[in-house]
Design a protein around this ligand. Structure first.
Ligand code: SUD
Ligand code: ADP
Length: 284
């Protein structure tokens, strides 16, 4: 049976570890990172249009519909496949923009997989991941939908099963643009690469984020969150920020930390997942 409307999750990700091991001639940084999904995120609704039009209503504050990654994903899919169907999209945004939670990339992956289903394209996951990479370095992991060890700029992915604690994720109330962190002179760019086995062997207590010292220095609001949360549980930066996460043993402990949150910060609690809720929804 075919359906005319799909409503799908676009989960957040955390970078449980992030090492910057070099820089390519085109300026992009080579990373080693561990990606994990959360059971918290945005939601994208897709309704089939037969006239080929692609619409997003309403658009996000500060991002025109044309720049929005879900519209760009839909156009890319149309131009690559010659598909003549269109779509009406609406996005329920819960993830902060520029938060290091991969919201835009996750939205793009949900659009790619959702439209592949809605338009009956039947594209292979490898092809969708390749199209995703053209939209952003973080899109492929959301297309694949498994926790992963990532290398290159994040596109060389090996699935892994990570521990799945409860997390408290705190946003300092300011965005941190990815390009500003990667453009900073003082950023560490020469961390020696390690094997995935060694990274996993060390466990969460050994995992670090190479962006953290630079982000601390450039964004005192993030440093404040790192100090506040770090005093309550082990805490680190996700991606290039702005969000900081801490891992705890139970939902009760997560709630306890949230109860005392200073009102200048926003926060949520979520469980770590090794399978993306998008894939669970599409397979269910
Ligand atoms: C570093 C990560 C870790 O997850 O951080 P967050 O953005 O999620 O915080 C990501 O790989 C980010 O991926 P994504 O957000 O898709 O980045 P893009 O839009 O492709 O790149 C934005 C800009 O950041 C720089 N950039 C990005 C990725 C990379 N490996 N090296 C870079 O130097 C480039 O200047 C690029 O123009
Ligand atoms: N659907 C979208 N959701 C969020 N941001 C988007 C979207 N489409 C385009 N963008 C642009 O991408 C930028 C990075 O967004 P986001 O993915 O939320 O941050 P991060 O990569 O730090 O997790 C935003 O500041 C915005 O300009």
């Amino acid at each position: 049976m075919t359906t005319d409307t799909l409503t799908l999750p676009a989960p957040a990700k955390l970078n449980r570890l992030l090492r910057i091991t070099g820089q390519r001639p085109d300026g992009y940084h080579e990373l080693q990172t561990l990606f994990q999904f959360l059971d918290h995120g945005d939601e994208l609704s897709l309704t089939l249009r037969r006239d080929g039009e692609i619409r997003l209503v309403p658009s996000l504050p500060g991002v025109s519909a044309e720049q929005n990654l879900v519209v760009r994903a839909a156009r890319l899919l149309q131009s690559e496949t010659g598909c003549r169907s269109g779509v009406d999209m609406s996005l329920t945004k819960r993830l902060p923009m520029g938060g290091g939670l991969g919201g835009g990339s996750s939205n793009a992956a949900t659009a790619l997989l959702g439209l592949d289903r809605l338009w009956g394209l039947g594209l292979h996951e490898d092809r969708l991941a390749e199209l995703g990479l053209r939209l952003g370095a973080d899109v492929p992991v959301f297309v694949r939908g498994r926790s992963a060890w990532a290398e290159g700029i994040g596109e060389r992915l090996t699935p892994v099963a990570l521990d799945t604690p409860w997390f408290v994720v705190v946003h300092p109330g300011i965005p941190v643009p990815t390009a500003a962190v990667f453009g900073a002179a003082q950023l560490t760019r020469n961390t020696p690469p390690i094997t995935m086995a060694r990274a996993l062997q060390g466990g969460a207590s050994s995992w670090r984020n190479d962006c953290e010292p630079t982000v601390r220095l450039l964004y005192p609001e993030v440093a404040e969150v790192l100090d506040w949360l770090g005093a309550r549980a082990p805490a680190m930066l996700t991606g290039t920020g702005a969000c900081v996460f801490a891992w705890v043993d139970s939902e009760t402990e997560a709630k306890r930390i949230l109860t005392n949150l200073p009102c200048r910060f926003t926060a949520f609690k979520a469980r770590g997942l090794n399978l993306s809720p998008l894939h669970a929804a599409l397979d269910g």
